[in-house]
Design a protein around this ligand. Structure first.
Ligand code: BES
Ligand code: MN
Ligand code: MN
Length: 461
């Protein structure tokens, strides 16, 4: 292991420069304007795996963006780890809130990252974290210290629902055959409080369209006489939660997993400061479902949020208009035993039921995803735990997180293997927001920790 770590130490600067090159390619999967760049990013990742020493590197075409596959089989009788990550990123918008260009990486110091952080879209989610695996692999190969087989599957559609990854997995079960899946696309509690993610929420995402009169109207001539679809949409959305911030859709909580009071008090023992949380977000108070703590509200409880709402006149100045249509994008985060398809249907049915006769309602489902729980009694969890303990000097805490990686549940079903979520980001790293960043400490700590995971996993399996 000494050789691996000294290889990393000797090549630190180059690793960072290479990551900067990767971050400069704007791989925004949601916006077709970036199509060429997303494909270029896949090529970049493939080339970096080739240079690191991987065999059979392929840029596999799909109906959407390509999936990068690579492998190094040292001995078929040894265990195989499949590393999953994504090279696509969220749109950088709103652009004017970035302090430096989203695709012009720079290092800046922050309170959470006194040693500096890499500012760029995708720095943490997930280019920076996926690239740690490429570099850890390079170090293991160069030091002849790869202790088991490794496969890589880095996709380009995670941020838009991974529609083609499921198909790819189903069509390539033999090629992807593995004993476990290792993913770095989640957070740790703090740089001195390591944690391993053992739960992710699911997702149901949809768009609603409310139509009032057949055309935009003069808000004086018609105002007061016909339904304004924006007003109606606001009423309808407001009614989706009661005064306890309980979601009112009938059947919504039917299958929700209730944690025992022991489990709940255990999870609330994790270090968390409500004061720091509020200060970081510059809010005077938090808000959420009655009877639950902030940690619980953001991990083990389902939610409903409007992600965007529009309609009518939003240009300069004032226009007196009573619009014909109003729209909203709505997401629901789901917890174990809630089925995204069922929830989407329940929402659609309820939303149509509560619409007054003065409007027409359409509901368009987008992507969804199943929640996931990963066990702690597996060799992969224990290997990750021991690896982090080695490099952080503390045993990591198992935590449930609020975000979603829908493909984790699918991996278990299709590849029949469990995942281990050994991420290195911080919740304050502004993923999906302007000024996303990733600590240099975290980038290097990840590269340092990953080879230990492989070592311990090979020993335990
Ligand atoms: N890496 C995130 C998910 C995440 C972030 C999990 C932090 C835990 C902690 C992932 O890239 C993501 O953003 N997923 C989407 C889901 C998807 C279907 C668009 C999400 O959670 O919104
Ligand atoms: Mn991600
Ligand atoms: Mn993301």
């Amino acid at each position: 292991m000494e050789k691996v770590q000294s290889y990393i130490e000797a090549n630190k600067e180059r690793f960072l420069e290479e990551l900067f090159d990767l971050l400069r390619i704007p791989s925004v999967s949601a916006d077709p304007a970036y199509k060429g760049d997303v494909v270029k990013t896949a090529e970049f990742v493939a080339e970096s795996l080739r240079k690191a020493g991987a065999d059979n590197v392929e840029v596999c075409p799909t109906a959407g963006y390509p999936i990068v596959y690579a492998e190094k089989i040292i001995d078929p009788s040894k265990p195989t780890v499949l590393v999953y990550g994504h090279y696509d990123v969220q749109p950088p918008d709103p652009m004017d809130l970035w302090e430096s260009g989203p695709f012009e990486p720079v290092i800046k110091k922050t309170k959470a990252h006194p040693d500096g952080a890499i500012y760029a879209r995708g720095a943490c989610d997930d280019k920076g974290q996926a690239y740690m695996h490429v570099k850890a692999f390079e170090a293991m190969v160069a030091s002849e210290a790869l202790p088991c087989n490794i496969k890589f599957m880095i996709e380009g559609e995670e941020e838009v629902g991974s529609a083609n990854l499921g198909i790819f997995c189903k069509e390539n079960t033999e090629k992807l055959k593995c004993d476990t899946i290792l993913i770095s696309d989640t957070s740790i509690i703090a740089n001195d409080v390591p944690s391993i993610t053992v739960g992710l929420r699911g997702l149901s995402y949809l768009e609603v369209e409310v139509t009032g009169p057949n055309r935009d109207l003069h808000s004086g001539v018609y105002g007061g006489g016909v339904a304004n679809p924006i007003n109606v949409l606001c009423d309808m959305i407001a009614s989706l939660m009661d005064e306890n911030k309980h979601i009112t859709i009938p059947g919504f909580y039917d299958n929700v997993e209730e944690l025992s009071s022991e489990e709940r008090s255990k999870m609330n023992e994790a270090p968390f400061s409500l004061e720091e949380y509020k200060a970081d977000l510059e809010i005077d108070d938090v808000q959420g479902e009655a009877g639950y703590t902030t940690l619980e509200r953001t991990s083990i409880r389902p939610t409903l949020d409007v992600n965007g709402i529009w309609g009518g006149y939003i240009g300069e100045g004032a226009k007196t208009v009573l619009p014909s249509k109003a729209f909203a994008k709505i997401s629901m985060r789901l917890v174990p035993n809630q089925d995204p398809e069922r929830i989407t249907n329940l929402f659609a049915e309820h939303f149509k039921n509560i619409a007054p006769a003065s409007v027409k309602v359409k509901v368009h489902p987008h992507h969804g995803g199943e929640p996931a729980l990963t066990p702690t009694d597996t060799p992969e969890y224990m290997a990750a735990s021991k690896a982090m303990e080695t490099t952080f000097g503390k045993t990591p805490i198992p935590t449930r997180e609020g975000g979603s990686i829908p493909i984790v549940a699918l991996f278990e079903q299709v590849l029949n293997a469990k995942s281990v979520l050994m991420g290195f980001g911080l919740n304050s790293d502004a993923i999906h927001s302007p000024n996303e960043h990733y600590g240099l400490f975290n980038f290097y700590k990840g590269i340092e920790t990953i080879p230990y995971f492989f070592k311990y996993y090979a020993e335990m399996k």
